[in-house]
Design a protein around this ligand. Structure first.
Ligand code: AMP
Length: 522
């Protein structure tokens, strides 16, 4: 059954995902994509309304997690907007293994999976094992960017469900998005972002970058990660500007997209900027004609040399921001002229309050190094179903980020290191414990400790120290092949060391931070 919703309520559904509906011109372009006709805001509102009606008609509504497994592109964006207006969007990396899908789908208590037609075997198998119904995301002939229909007969049996009769959309306190964040000392944790967190974050980001309806964002970020979802897509659409939804970062296509779509900005992680710079010389014509107003970098540290090279090549300001999933992305940001940019710093608080705490929770003074802590309208209220993590994550209402930094005399934040053990591989975050557990499943592995190894381009790579069972022998490739069947490629350790014993810290505990140094990998 599809619930009929017409006229203003179609528009209303979209306004639940994006707040500033008043600015929109119905005929203005909302979504663009290579080889697809563009979709207007009216078209997007129509689509989101229809999809919400379809999902509500099947019994889905607020605070029900709906998994999304789609290739990067305009359908991922529109699907996210629709689901987050009505239920809880759970976008997942399509490259996950079946084991990973099984973990994520069950941990998130996903009640329905939306999967691209003809793709996602691993996700479908995991859903089947967990008895989660699946609907196909189907592109019809001549579909405009982001347009699709849902096909299948999944219905959720919710006794007496109110939204079978009238569509109940998300309110400010309902969970619009759930994402896993790499755990510090444990497995990935669930960050639940309510509609109000997403609205605060997209509004903060749009304000920081003075985004308007004249802007066009080029999204190259994966849309199962907060950076792309809030900054590149939602913030831009929220002020009435268009988003070009690419199939994901591809340096060979990047300059073609710049020439064809003429975006006014893009946001990426430093490794992408480095790849873009490496091909700049042969794309001088495209660069000369481009209309980039600024370039944004976030999710990992932007080397100062890359900052300068980008500004020189593109002739526009480069804005580095600090973000994290728990903050629905943006925390601090450098400014656009006339505001200042400070290479090597992540700028001023750009929405939430930011402070530096010592390990006892005391607020430190200017220039003193400690843990970066944040509070404000875009900061999550706590990890879901995880009282142990929440007990240490918050101090007097401040959320402790696990990042180490200081605030300088100008008020700018500088990130100096990380207290948490996650590995940041060019913006992709990896929980070491998750990799440990996979390695420990190998019959010849007695002990395994995964840790970050510094890497010139990526910032960090994945390393693992392994102690084999008595008398066993194995080589690194064999261990990697074993891991590859169980975890997505970016988590597979590139450096594997076989040791007799794993070095311990002074308390006898393994200390992942600094282990690469101790093992001579630096
Ligand atoms: P995620 O939750 O995947 O967005 O990752 C958040 C983490 O990425 C933060 O806690 C930082 O460790 C790191 N991060 C984000 N932005 C930056 C930046 N501009 N410089 C250095 N690290 C960053």
């Amino acid at each position: 059954m599809v619930i009929g919703i017409q006229g203003s309520s179609l528009k209303q559904a979209l306004s639940h995902a994006l707040p500033q509906l008043a600015c929109w011109q119905p005929a203005a372009v909302a979504l663009m994509a290579p080889d697809r006709p563009p979709l207007s805001f009216a078209g997007l509102a129509n689509l989101v309304g229809q999809l919400c009606g379809d999902l509500a008609g099947r019994g889905f509504g607020p605070n029900t997690a709906v998994g999304i497994v789609l290739p990067n592109g305009p359908e991922t964006a529109s699907c996210f907007l629709a689901v987050s207006a009505l239920a809880t969007a759970a976008p997942l990396n399509p490259a996950y293994s079946e084991d990973e899908f099984r973990f994520y789908l069950s941990d998130l208590d996903v009640k329905l999976l939306l999967c691209g037609q003809g793709m996602g075997d691993a996700a479908r198998n995991a859903a089947k094992a967990l008895r989660i119904p699946v609907l196909d995301v189907v592109l019809t002939e001549g579909a405009r960017a982001g347009e699709f229909v849902l096909s299948g007969d999944a219905e959720l049996a919710i006794a007496g469900s109110a939204h079978l009769n009238e569509m109940q959309l998300n309110g400010p306190d309902d969970f619009a998005l759930v994402l896993h964040t790499s755990g510090t000392t444990a497995l990935p944790k669930i960050v639940g972002l309510r509609q109000r967190h997403l609205h605060a974050s997209m509004t903060n980001t749009a304000r920081t970058l003075a985004m308007s309806a004249d802007d066009i964002s080029l999204n190259v970020m994966p849309l199962f990660h907060i950076h792309g979802l809030t900054a590149a897509v939602s913030a831009q659409l929220a002020v009435g500007g268009a988003v070009i939804c690419t199939p994901g970062f591809n340096v060979l296509k990047f300059y073609g997209w710049l020439a064809e779509f003429r975006p006014s900005w893009y946001s990426a992680v430093p490794t992408m900027h480095q790849a873009i710079l490496a091909r700049a010389a042969r794309n001088g014509d495209v660069i000369a004609k481009s209309r980039l107003r600024f370039v944004r970098s976030s999710s990992a540290a932007l080397p100062v040399s890359v900052f300068h090279d980008l500004e020189r090549v593109f002739g526009c300001p480069v804005v580095e921001a600090y973000g994290m999933t728990e903050a629905a992305h943006q925390i601090t940001s450098n400014g656009l002229p006339p505001a200042r940019r400070k290479p090597g710093s992540v700028g001023l608080p750009a929405g939430p309050e930011v402070t530096i705490l010592d390990d006892k929770g005391t607020i430190l003074s200017v220039g003193e190094k400690g843990e970066i802590a944040v509070r404000g309208a875009n900061i999550h209220d706590g990890y879901l179903n995880n009282p142990e993590a929440n007990a240490t994550a918050f101090t007097d209402g401040w959320f402790r980020t696990g990042d180490e930094g200081l605030i300088d005399e100008d008020g700018d934040l500088k990130i100096t290191g990380r207290l948490k053990e996650i590995i940041n591989r060019g913006g992709e975050k990896i929980s070491p414990l998750e990799v440990d557990n996979v390695l420990l499943d190998h019959p010849l592995v007695a002990q395994a400790v995964t840790f970050a190894v510094p890497h010139a381009m990526l910032g960090e790579e994945v390393g693992a120290a392994i102690v084999l069972t008595d008398g066993a022998s194995a080589d690194a490739d064999e261990i990697r092949d074993f891991a590859r069947c169980r975890i997505v490629e970016f988590k597979v350790p590139r450096h594997i060391l076989f040791l007799q014993e794993i070095p311990k810290g002074p308390t006898g505990k393994v200390q992942r931070v600094g282990l690469a140094d101790k093992l001579g990998l630096v």
